[in-house]
Design a protein around this ligand. Sequence first.
Ligand SMILES: NC(=O)NCCC[C@H](N)C(=O)O
Length: 285
Amino acid sequence: MSAVPKAQRPQASPYEGSAVTWQEPSVVESEEPTVRTALVRRPSPRLADGLVTHIDRTPVDAGLAARQHEAYVDALESAGWRVRELPAADDLPDAVFVEDTVVVCGGLAVLARPGASERRPEVESMEQAVAGLGLEVARIDGEGTLDGGDVLQVGTTVYVGRSGRTNEDAICQLPRLLGTRGRHVVRVGLAGCLHLKTAMTALPDGTLIGNPDWVDTSVLPGLRVAPEPSGAHVVVLGEKQVLIAASAPRTAEQLRDEGYDVSVVDISEFEKMEGCVTCLSVLIP
Ligand SMILES: NC(=O)NCCC[C@H](N)C(=O)O
């Protein structure tokens, strides 16, 4: 099935109140569920107050971040994704990084339990969003902590990073949850970076691409070395279509030379907060 044609979507920015949002359940209920849907949340004006762990804190321009986020949303829409905006959460500075709050796999949404306790309030609105899409909902519970940024799905394999945010307890909960969808879980050791998807992602053909200094490659089938750190972050938009950050020009060039349609977005203000292109959306194919 194809996405909602762009012509049927609101023409204005989703931040200007004209787009369908999760605050309008009657509209959500009548929607076709989950077909190439992208969940996003606009950045908080307090983005600069978010967490920074592995890089130095530098000044963030919240206005520029808002414009960069709009361009990111435009890139998703141009590639045919139906973008839905979660309610603003301006008091939660890291809430724009929606990827960390859920793992969607084969009609199942596993709500995360973020490793940073200050990010846990972000999960409630994600729960409403995925339930509104008709997804089955499960959750990481007990002492388990998991950030969605530590989960990389490639075919039926689910790589899970053991990071400062995702603990052993949560990793042990995943085979039971995702096994119901025919997935098998591979635990991946990390060092020196925030999340598994900081270190590596996958191209549309399943090739892993990333930074071998940050990830235990011994458990991987192979890892294509990205020519620059942010070249490790690829969002798969389609069979031959990818999205990457403007900070990875050499990776973009390589991928274009190989025949990929490469969309490039400048996300400098999110990179200052240790974010990357993957963490700004949850894509539900
Ligand atoms: N999946 C991701 O890469 N998320 C980035 C989260 C950045 C945020 N400042 C944090 O430390 O939680």
